[in-house]
Ligand binder design. Structure first.
Ligand code: GRF
Length: 215
């Protein structure tokens, strides 16, 4: 199975996926990294893992639809079966979502549906929430609204800053994203409307549901 990763930033989640593939935990190939930012750390990680990098600057396209049509055409050409958004800072258009329905995953650093969008950790702290977490979900045409695959719950502690909370959550992101991708490559993820089920997984072991098996 061929996977594409789309990232705009530092790329730590992308790195964890690449490591899991390299270690043989995920039996698939990451064939391409597409980035909209030339200086993205993710591009350096791709080179480190000998993954093909495609830099697509948005300013070269007339609008978002044209940009996403180009991405879809690259992904089809590469025969990609799963697209992983990993810190990809662009909202994907319906053109992209329809072309890869239930084949695009995203990782978001909150317990969705709470705190979608940007500036998540600051919003969580300002709200006074006592739990936050991380969510891997399929991507639909909304912002962080697609069917949820796996979530990890993380406590918010007195004295937390957006940075300390982000760090605590990122450790779980690095486990749940490779796990979700592994399940997908094993064909164990079933989707019924908004409800995603992982076949033969345990649903009785917080803080991560379904329970981690491999990470
Ligand atoms: C992560 O917190 C992810 O949840 C969010 O963007 C951040 C990307 O970090 N979507 P990295 O580039 O994977 O290190």
């Amino acid at each position: 199975m061929k996977i594409a990763v789309l990232a705009s930033g530092r790329g730590s989640n992308f790195k964890k996926l690449a490591e899991a593939v390299k270690d043989g935990k995920i039996k698939a190939e990451i064939s391409i990294l597409i980035t909209d930012r030339e200086t993205a750390g993710a591009a350096d990680i791709a080179r480190e893992f000998n993954i093909n990098v495609c830099y697509l600057p948005f300013k070269k396209f007339p609008d978002r639809d044209a940009y996403d049509r180009e991405i879809v055409s690259i992904l089809k050409q590469e025969k990609i079966s799963l697209v992983c958004l990993a810190g990809y800072m662009r909202i994907v258009t319906p053109i992209f979502v329809k072309a890869f329905e239930n084949k695009i995953m995203n990782i978001h650093p909150s317990l969705l549906p709470a705190f979608p969008g940007l500036g998540v950790h600051k919003k969580v702290l300002e709200y006074g929430a006592k739990f936050s977490g991380a969510t891997v979900h399929f991507v639909d045409t909304g912002v962080d609204t697609g069917p949820i695959i796996i979530q990890a719950v993380v406590p918010v502690k007195p004295g937390d800053t957006p940075k300390s909370l982000a760090e605590r959550i990122l450790k779980w992101e690095h486990k749940i994203y490779p796990q979700a991708v592994k399940w997908f490559t094993e064909g164990r993820i079933k989707i019924d409307g908004r409800t995603v089920t992982v076949e033969k997984a345990s649903y009785d072991s917080p803080p991560v549901v379904p329970a981690l098996e491999d990470f």
